[in-house]
Each structure stands twice: as C-alpha cells, then as structure tokens.
Design a protein around this ligand. Structure first.
Ligand SMILES: Nc1ncnc2c1ncn2[C@@H]1O[C@H](COP(=O)(O)OP(=O)(O)OP(=O)(O)O)[C@@H](O)[C@H]1O
Length: 282
C-alpha cells in the first residue's frame, strides 16, 4: 500500500532542548493513524514539521513523496487539512462567513458549508459570530474548516478535547465518513477510547521516540496475560487461564450453573502505555 507519510530519524531541538530524539514511522494511504503520547512528548511538533510550519533539526519527513518543507505550493495546500489549537478564524465574522472565506481560498462551492456544518453538528449556529461561541463550538467550526476542501490528508491535533460525549460521537461518525471517502487521517489524542474507536494503527511517542507501533487489537493481544475473569453466583470472582485447564474449570462452573458473567482481561491502550513507558498519558 502506498505511503502518504514517511518519517525517518526525525530530530527536533528547541535551543538545547530535545523535543524529538529519533522518530520513524510511515502512514499508509487511507488509514487513520493515531499519534499518542503524554503532554510535551512532541506530537504537535511532529504535525508542525509534517505541515511545513516548522523545520526539523535532522532526519527526513516525506509527505506525498516530497520533503515536508517543500509543501508550500497551492496544489499541496488543497491536498492537506490541518486542525490545531490555532483556529485561524476571524472572530468578528459569523461561522458561515468564515467558512465562505475558506471556500474562496480553496475554490470550493458554498454548498459545501452546510455539508461540513452538518458533519460537526453545528448547522444551527451558522449565523453566530465566532467571538460568541463556546470552546466546544469553536473547536467544531475549526474542525469543519479543516476538511472543508476535502483534503486527501487530514491532520487532527486533539479534535475532540473540548467536546461533550454527544458531539464527540457525532464527530466520530463524520470522521468515519471521511475515511470511507479515502481520506488519510493523522490524529493526536490523549483519549485512549478515541484511539481505539478511530485508529487503524497507533504509535506511542515518549521521550522523543516511538516506543510501540501497531493496531490497537494487536497491541492488546500482545500485552494480554491470557486470562479471563469469571464472576460467580456467590459474588466471588475467579481468574482462569485460557487453554485446556481453564476450559475444564469453566466447564465445571457452567455445569453447576454458577457463572454470572465472563470477561477478558485484555489491557486497554492506556494500560499498555503505562506499562511500556511508566508514564500516564495526561
Ligand atoms: N516553539 C517552541 N519553542 C521552544 N520549545 C518548544 C516549542 N514548541 C514546543 N516546544 C517544546 O517541545 C516539547 C514538545 O512539545 P509539543 O507541543 O510538540 O508536545 P505535545 O506532545 O503536542 O504536547 P500536548 O499534548 O501538551 O499538546 C515540549 O517540551 C515543548 O515545551
């Protein structure tokens, strides 16, 4: 499968401080790639390098087959969408008028505005002035703007950090839609459920390096202790091993009608991150 992003040996220093020590990964066309790490681990710095807003100190960052630093032309601008905490919106204009400006910039018909506002559940606020929006509403307008022009590659830096669960779910549906249309998504988040829900693969960034990279499912399997917990009718719990011995124990419980519920002890992505790095994600 074609690689849309190829990063190898990426280093970024700010004065004497190392933000990225040695980062390497690839992102395939059409995948949703989660870039996870604790605060200050270099996620935003990586997005800025990949979108030509910052120059790396060393290493390679290739996007669409060219060095990221060369992505400045109008052709590339149309292929890439970016959501960061810098909203880039005119605070005295309405939501609609802001998006109209971006339609003009990207040569997109105004009919697209209602489509993207629908995707972020914000149709009713279209006439509101930006300065009067709540933090969550502002995040949704910024998100709508980031994919207004149907980019091939979308960078989302913590897209749901200010949203309530209903809007978060709505956004997930919208992102699924974009994925179905072939958009490649590079996503940073602190929210491990979000990563599990949206991402085909996740990379754990810590201390300037990638510590793990795989699909959430493969990581959970790799770090599983191969046990399941059985909750019994008397309120007690038994942890049993998978395999023939555990099967016999399970059979006995079942035939004595003692089983209330059974669940797997696979770790969450958050558990795995803590185990590998000894650090919490937020
Ligand atoms: N312009 C800058 N000048 C100096 N240091 C910077 C600059 N930008 C980032 N840093 C430092 O680089 C490191 C990585 O920052 P970055 O913003 O990439 O982290 P992050 O993983 O995105 O964090 P968060 O999850 O809090 O957004 C931090 O130590 C930060 O202080």
């Amino acid at each position: 499968m074609e690689n849309i992003i190829e990063v190898s040996g990426l280093v970024k220093m700010f004065s004497n401080q190392v933000a990225l020590k040695d980062v390497s990964f690839t992102v395939k066309k059409g995948e949703t790639f989660g870039f996870l790490g604790p605060s200050g681990s270099g996620k935003t710095t990586t997005i800025k390098i990949l979108t030509a807003q910052l120059a790396q100190t060393d290493g390679e960052a290739i996007v669409f087959g060219v060095p990221a630093s060369k992505l400045r032309g109008a052709g590339y601008r149309k292929k890439i969408g970016v959501l960061t905490d810098n909203s880039g919106l005119y605070v005295r204009l309405s939501v609609y008028d802001n998006l109209k400006l971006y339609c003009d910039l990207f040569d997109v018909p105004y009919t697209r505005i209602d489509e993207v506002l629908d995707m972020v559940n914000l149709k009713e606020a279209k006439k509101k002035v930006i300065s009067k929006l709540s933090r969550g509403m502002l995040q949704r307008v910024t998100l709508a703007r980031s994919f207004l022009h149907k980019p091939d590659l979308l960078f989302l830096d913590e897209p749901t950090s200010a949203l309530d669960p209903v809007n978060t779910k709505h956004i997930y549906k919208g992102l699924d839609n974009l994925k179905e249309q072939g958009t490649t998504i590079f996503l940073t988040t602190h929210d491990m459920n979000e990563a599990e829900t949206l991402c085909d693969r996740v990379a754990f960034l810590n201390e300037g390096k990638i510590q793990l990279l795989d699909s959430p499912k493969a990581l959970r399997k790799k770090f599983s202790d191969n046990t399941i917990t059985v909750e019994l009718a008397d309120g007690s719990k038994d942890i049993i091993n998978r395999g023939p011995e555990g099967a016999q124990v399970m059979y006995n419980y079942m035939s004595e009608n003692k089983v209330v519920s059974i669940y797997s002890n696979e770790p969450t992505l958050g558990d795995i991150f803590v185990e590998v790095t000894g650090r919490k994600l937020s």
